[in-house]
Design a protein. Structure first.
Lengths: 124, 245
């Protein structure tokens, strides 16, 4: 997630579009999708886990699908423990890096893992 | 292999909201006469969702995953109404009842509406949505409930969480404010505001309580049990969506 994230509950919103191996947009309605996230090397935000698209973390599918133009929305958010995030800003800056793997229509996109960086800049 | 393209930031279309079905609109649908009607389904919840889809009825289903509710159903009716079909289907399952509230038909195990151990009867002081996707709101509601149903142990280190919630077909941005509403009412609200006009809560046959006194639920999507720190879960379906096998 690019940029700072001032305060628990703040989210960043993205829009993705699914393309095939040739780079062509897949104009397919309701391709089932879900994601899994694992922490990589840095975790100074002390994140203990992730909530992913489907209710039971890192599993799917769960009846979330693409729009007819092959797009879907993603909302990323972070809630770090006391000492880091408070309403309106961060007491101490922190960063957690994680890998996110999408699964589209039962295919794990292991060749296109998204490197996430949850970051909260010190603002106090 | 597919690739994903990060296309745009913060550029979601603003969807026009269809008018939610009113209580009166639902009553009209339920009174519709049927000369002949047949439903064939692999399970009780599948029969209910088929009827809901066919007659475009918003429905909230609470069901217990037992051998009885997972039996094949093949029923036919003559000279009845949609209400009659729903009533007949529900009464054919021992221990189930139904009620109409908030423009939604609720099907549930008898006593569920008064069951204090059901998270669906838990009241939320204030639940607000400001132009947010219902999928995100459903996530937020679940996070609120998790704090009550499976609060972190006082001795556990202060860990944070991060989330990634995808939303897509059938979802919409919505705005509303509910005060002192039950979770059941909030699910109705989310359901009526989107194309996901059916919500389902699945209970395992083994009906046990969490340490905090809430009835454990199961996942519609897996037969594996749901860990306490993942409780509760629910599912949304559009009319016509297949139930998972």
């Amino acid at each position: 997630m690019a940029g700072s994230n001032p305060g628990c509950g703040t989210t960043r919103t993205f829009k993705y579009q699914v393309r095939d191996q040739f780079g062509q947009v897949m104009l397919v309605y309701n391709m089932q999708l879900w994601d899994s996230i694992v922490t990589t090397s840095t975790n100074t935000c002390n994140l203990g886990g992730y909530n992913t698209t489907c209710a039971i973390t890192n599993t799917g599918p769960c009846n979330v699908g693409t729009f007819a133009d092959g797009t879907f929305n993603e909302n990323l958010g972070i809630c770090a423990p006391a000492g880091h995030l408070v309403s309106g800003g961060c007491i101490t800056g922190c960063t957690t890096t994680a890998d996110q793997t999408w699964n589209i229509n039962g295919i794990s996109l292991s060749g296109d893992v998204k490197n996430l960086s949850y970051q909260c800049d010190r603002s106090w | 292999m597919y690739t994903l393209l990060l296309a745009t930031l913060l550029l979601q279309p603003i969807w026009a909201l269809p008018p939610p079905p009113s209580e009166q609109g639902l009553q009209v649908k339920l009174r519709a006469n049927l000369e002949n009607y047949t439903v064939a389904a692999e399970t009780f919840p599948q029969a209910l969702t088929k009827v809901a889809a066919q007659f475009e009825i918003p429905m909230g289903i609470e069901w217990i995953r037992t051998s009885a509710t997972q039996r094949e159903i093949r029923r036919s009716w003559r000279h009845t109404t949609v209400y009659g079909v729903v009533e007949s289907l529900v009464k054919s399952q021992s221990g189930y009842d139904f009620a109409i509230a908030n423009g939604v038909i609720h099907v549930f195990p008898k006593g569920a509406l008064m069951d204090r151990s059901s998270f669906l009867n838990h009241r939320i002081n204030k639940f607000e949505a400001k132009n947010e996707f219902a999928g995100v709101l459903s996530y937020r509601l679940r996070e609120l409930l998790k704090r009550t149903i499976s609060p972190p142990l006082p001795s556990s280190p202060a860990l944070g969480t991060a989330g990634s919630i995808a939303t897509g077909a059938g979802d919409r941005r919505i705005t509303f404010r509910l005060v002192n509403a039950s979770v059941r009412q909030i699910l109705d609200k989310l359901s009526l505001a989107t194309d996901f006009r059916i919500w389902i809560v699945t209970y395992p046959e083994d009906r046990t309580l969490t340490e905090t006194g809430f009835r454990r639920v199961a996942s519609l999507y897996t037969s594996s049990s749901v860990a306490d720190n993942e409780q509760p879960v629910w599912a949304f379906l559009r009319w016509g969506d297949a139930l998972p096998k």
